[in-house]
Design a protein around this ligand. Structure first.
Ligand code: SF4
Ligand code: SF4
Length: 91
Protein backbone atom coordinates (compact mmCIF):
# COMPACT_ATOMS: atom_id res chain seq x y z
CA UNK A 1 0.00 0.00 0.00
CA UNK A 2 1.32 3.42 -0.94
CA UNK A 3 1.69 6.27 1.47
CA UNK A 4 0.30 9.70 0.75
CA UNK A 5 3.62 11.54 0.41
CA UNK A 6 3.25 14.56 -1.83
CA UNK A 7 2.80 18.26 -1.61
CA UNK A 8 1.02 18.07 1.73
CA UNK A 9 2.95 15.14 3.23
CA UNK A 10 6.41 15.51 1.72
CA UNK A 11 8.58 13.11 3.62
CA UNK A 12 9.16 9.49 4.47
CA UNK A 13 10.59 8.87 7.91
CA UNK A 14 12.87 6.22 9.42
CA UNK A 15 13.59 5.39 13.03
CA UNK A 16 17.09 4.06 12.29
CA UNK A 17 19.80 6.12 14.03
CA UNK A 18 22.71 7.29 11.91
CA UNK A 19 20.89 6.57 8.68
CA UNK A 20 18.75 8.61 6.39
CA UNK A 21 15.85 9.67 8.54
CA UNK A 22 13.58 10.97 5.85
CA UNK A 23 13.33 11.67 2.16
CA UNK A 24 11.82 15.04 1.58
CA UNK A 25 10.01 15.37 -1.70
CA UNK A 26 9.65 18.44 -3.89
CA UNK A 27 6.95 17.49 -6.38
CA UNK A 28 7.10 20.84 -8.16
CA UNK A 29 10.62 19.94 -9.35
CA UNK A 30 9.65 16.50 -10.59
CA UNK A 31 9.62 16.08 -14.38
CA UNK A 32 8.42 12.47 -14.39
CA UNK A 33 11.65 11.00 -15.77
CA UNK A 34 11.22 7.88 -13.58
CA UNK A 35 14.94 7.49 -12.93
CA UNK A 36 14.11 7.08 -9.26
CA UNK A 37 11.80 4.17 -9.99
CA UNK A 38 14.28 2.55 -12.33
CA UNK A 39 17.15 2.61 -9.84
CA UNK A 40 14.88 1.42 -7.04
CA UNK A 41 13.45 -1.50 -9.00
CA UNK A 42 16.89 -2.48 -10.25
CA UNK A 43 18.33 -2.32 -6.75
CA UNK A 44 15.69 -4.51 -5.16
CA UNK A 45 14.13 -6.54 -7.98
CA UNK A 46 17.04 -6.71 -10.45
CA UNK A 47 14.89 -5.30 -13.22
CA UNK A 48 14.22 -1.90 -14.69
CA UNK A 49 10.49 -1.82 -14.05
CA UNK A 50 8.89 1.30 -12.53
CA UNK A 51 5.91 -0.73 -11.35
CA UNK A 52 8.24 -2.73 -9.10
CA UNK A 53 9.72 0.34 -7.44
CA UNK A 54 9.12 1.37 -3.87
CA UNK A 55 8.57 4.94 -4.94
CA UNK A 56 5.59 5.98 -7.05
CA UNK A 57 5.45 8.87 -9.48
CA UNK A 58 1.95 9.74 -10.60
CA UNK A 59 0.85 12.51 -12.90
CA UNK A 60 -1.95 14.59 -11.43
CA UNK A 61 -3.93 17.58 -12.62
CA UNK A 62 -1.43 19.95 -11.04
CA UNK A 63 1.83 18.10 -11.68
CA UNK A 64 3.44 14.96 -10.38
CA UNK A 65 2.78 13.31 -7.05
CA UNK A 66 5.51 11.39 -5.26
CA UNK A 67 4.81 8.66 -2.75
CA UNK A 68 6.50 5.61 -1.24
CA UNK A 69 5.41 2.08 -0.51
CA UNK A 70 5.62 0.61 2.96
CA UNK A 71 8.57 -1.47 1.72
CA UNK A 72 10.80 1.56 1.18
CA UNK A 73 14.02 1.03 3.14
CA UNK A 74 15.14 4.67 3.02
CA UNK A 75 18.34 3.61 1.30
CA UNK A 76 18.40 6.96 -0.48
CA UNK A 77 19.33 5.69 -3.94
CA UNK A 78 16.32 7.33 -5.57
CA UNK A 79 17.35 10.69 -4.12
CA UNK A 80 20.93 10.13 -5.25
CA UNK A 81 19.83 9.60 -8.85
CA UNK A 82 17.22 12.36 -9.03
CA UNK A 83 19.13 15.03 -10.94
CA UNK A 84 16.21 17.45 -10.62
CA UNK A 85 16.50 17.55 -6.83
CA UNK A 86 12.91 16.51 -6.38
CA UNK A 87 14.05 14.02 -3.72
CA UNK A 88 16.23 15.07 -0.83
CA UNK A 89 17.67 12.56 1.61
CA UNK A 90 17.98 13.97 5.13
CA UNK A 91 20.32 12.58 7.76
S1 SF4 B 1 14.00 10.98 -10.60
FE1 SF4 B 1 13.28 12.90 -9.67
S2 SF4 B 1 12.46 14.08 -11.40
FE2 SF4 B 1 12.65 11.96 -12.10
S3 SF4 B 1 10.62 11.06 -11.67
FE3 SF4 B 1 11.91 10.63 -9.88
S4 SF4 B 1 11.47 12.32 -8.46
FE4 SF4 B 1 10.74 12.97 -10.49
S1 SF4 C 1 14.75 5.14 -0.58
FE1 SF4 C 1 15.53 3.23 -1.53
S2 SF4 C 1 13.88 1.74 -1.22
FE2 SF4 C 1 12.99 3.78 -0.86
S3 SF4 C 1 12.10 4.34 -2.82
FE3 SF4 C 1 14.18 5.21 -2.74
S4 SF4 C 1 15.50 3.67 -3.73
FE4 SF4 C 1 13.56 2.68 -3.23
Amino acid sequence: MRTTAGRQAPERRSKLPGKIIEIETHPSRCVGCLLCQLICSFSYEKMFNPSKARIAIERGDDGFKISFTDECTLCGRCAQFCVYNALEAKR
